[in-house]
Design a protein around this ligand. Structure first.
Ligand code: MG
Length: 450
């Protein structure tokens, strides 16, 4: 069933049904009014519907008096960095992230290059829903210019990072297979790999928005990449989602190691060079927590959602963090999930490691995660979660975002859905069997409440 999703991650809908010109207009007009006619960076992923959405977005921004800088087809993190570069008042990334081809959407960002805070987003959405916006007369309309260098600057900023030893990576002459699913990544990640002296096999590298497979970089969607890694004898394979904020790794045996390990590797790389704090979301693997413990570093969890992690990182002055879905955040670069950064950090970790990608993966704490959902039709989701929290009150329970229960070497995280009568059950344990058993146990307990 098609629906419009309006959340801290932005607005997403299906083109032709829920993501209408009216919906795009009302939220963009509200955003332009909210920014009081300042400079706004507009970038988009490669979706076929991108030009349609982009022209409405830009028109609305101009009509509220904003100066628009269009940076073209770019990753979402590149929009975030361009906001800082141009000292803009905000930005809009036109993307539906990992959603399939029929979707598109808007991610709104503030002057600091981060997503709008939950409070700011709520304000803009309310203004949009109530048609509260200010249109300019002909003399007050905004202006539009283009900036074609944003992707290039993003690459240069990554290469400047202290964590990255360009010559060391170049000396390894890595063989890499890259799958950008015909998203925005094709315009940036191959150029980054060239700088690293990699021999690149590029799959689905046309930024034409015709996704060659289901775009979310989950293991089940990476068959072509895994095959190509094996066939070419590559050192590593990378997959990024259409707006290039998530990165998944395939090891040299052609096995997807799971998106959770992209962040675990980045955490290990940073903490091996520097002491500092780490913040990740509540559903992220414990592998990172074990690594932080090993290095005696503080490790904190936030609510799920990029902005929640970014705000927690800011509060703690964390030096590394992110979301387990392949979203690495390095504040030194900017406070947002960044897949080109994740690619660079993985190559750095591999260059420093004496062994191959498979062995590097096995050197990390080993956990398996299972994601399930259970129907709670007819039940009050808050009551279900409260009952479960009460039942396990003698365990280590965290209620920041749903109910998270930590056991010795495993955990389970229960969250309600805002759109369906279900509870999501995520569990993690040293083996798949243990993780499944834990999830089954909780699903059975939730069902028995009916
Ligand atoms: Mg994304």
């Amino acid at each position: 069933m098609s629906r419009l999703m309006v959340s801290v991650s932005g607005v997403r809908g299906e083109v032709g049904s829920t993501l209408t010109p009216q919906v795009i207009s009302k939220y963009t007009l509200a955003f332009g009014t909210y920014l009081k006619g300042g400079t706004v960076i507009v970038g988009r992923d490669s979706r076929v519907s991108g030009p349609f959405v982009s022209s409405i977005v830009k028109g609305c921004l101009l009509s509220t008096g904003c100066r628009v800088i269009d940076i073209g087809i770019v990753p979402t993190p590149t929009v975030q960095m361009a906001i800082e570069h141009h000292k803009a008042a905000g930005g809009i990334a036109i993307t539906a992230s990992h959603n399939p081809i029929q979707w598109n959407g808007l991610k709104f960002m503030d002057h600091n290059g981060r997503f709008l805070s939950p409070a700011e987003a709520a304000k803009v959405y309310a203004m949009g829903d109530n048609n509260e916006y200010q249109l300019q007369e002909w003399s007050g309309l905004g202006s539009e210019e283009k900036d074609t260098q944003a992707n290039q600057r993003h690459i240069e900023e990554i290469l400047k990072l202290d964590y990255i030893d360009l010559e060391k990576i170049q000396s390894r002459k890595f063989k890499v297979v890259l799958d950008t699913v015909n998203g925005a990544g094709g315009l940036i990640v191959p150029h980054l790999l060239e700088q690293f002296g990699c021999e690149v096999t590029l799959l689905n590298g046309e930024a034409n928005g015709r996704f060659a497979h289901t775009p979310e970089p989950l293991p089940e969607n990476l068959g072509e990449l895994a095959e190509a890694v094996k066939k070419t004898g590559a050192d590593v394979g990378f997959a990024v989602d259409p707006d290039v904020d998530r990165c998944a790794i395939v090891d040299n045996t052609g096995t997807p190691i799971g998106e959770e390990y992209t962040l675990a590797l980045a955490i290990k790389l940073v903490l091996s060079q520097k002491m500092g704090r780490v913040a990740v979301n509540m559903s992220t693997s414990r592998a990172g927590e074990d690594i932080a413990k090993y290095y005696n570093c503080m490790f904190v969890r936030s609510k799920v959602g990029e902005i929640n992690v970014a705000e927690k990182m800011l509060e703690l002055e964390a030096i590394i963090g992110g979301e387990g879905n392949g979203g690495v955040i390095l504040p030194e670069l900017h406070l947002g999930r960044d897949a080109p950064l994740a690619v660079a950090m993985t190559l750095q970790a591999l260059a420093e490691f004496e062994g191959n990608m498979h062995e590097l993966f096995l050197s990390l704490p080993q956990y398996k995660m299972v994601k399930q959902k259970v129907s709670i039709e007819g039940m009050d989701p808050d009551k279900v979660l409260a009952t479960m929290a009460e039942k396990y009150k003698n365990e280590q329970v965290n209620l920041l975002d749903g109910v998270k229960i930590d056991f010795d070497d495993s955990w389970v995280h229960l969250r309600k859905s805002n759109t369906e009568p279900i509870v999501r059950v995520m569990s993690e344990a040293p083996t798949v069997e243990q993780a499944e058993k834990l999830a089954d146990q909780f699903m059975a307990e939730i069902k028995s409440l009916q």
